[in-house]
Design a binder for this molecule. Sequence first.
Ligand code: HEC
Length: 111
Amino acid sequence: MKTKVLLASAVFMISAFAATGAQAGVDEAGAKNLLNENGCLNCHDVTKTKTARSYKKIAAERKGKPGAEAAIIKHLTQPSTVKIGEDMVDHPQVEADPAQVKNLVKWILSR
Ligand code: HEC
């Protein structure tokens, strides 16, 4: 009888953890789709520096700093210019709804 109760509460706890995990997690496939659709990977690799810094490097520099998420959302939704070599070029903007952009930014920051 005692074992049954313990087992039931263990199952309850595991499912409660699973639910929180799903809520806090990012939609990996959704983020990667946006990167592909918007040509982001032409300049950014996830781990290696190409024309631009890798997402891992960007995350390392931004992680834990206040306003990191908001700053990157702004960078991706409003016109901005970046320097490539000696040239200033328009940085592409992400065409997606705000929830998808936010998901992508969370994904970048969690590299
Ligand atoms: C033409 C090349 C190019 C493309 C395409 C490109 N970027 Fe960038 N991106 C840059 C450069 C250059 C910088 C600034 C310097 C650096 O990070 O190396 C930059 C900076 C960033 C940053 C850092 C912003 C910050 O304030 O820390 C993020 C995040 C980013 N890009 C995401 C993206 C995403 C998402 C896409 C696709 C929509 C994309 N980039 C497409 C070249 C590019």
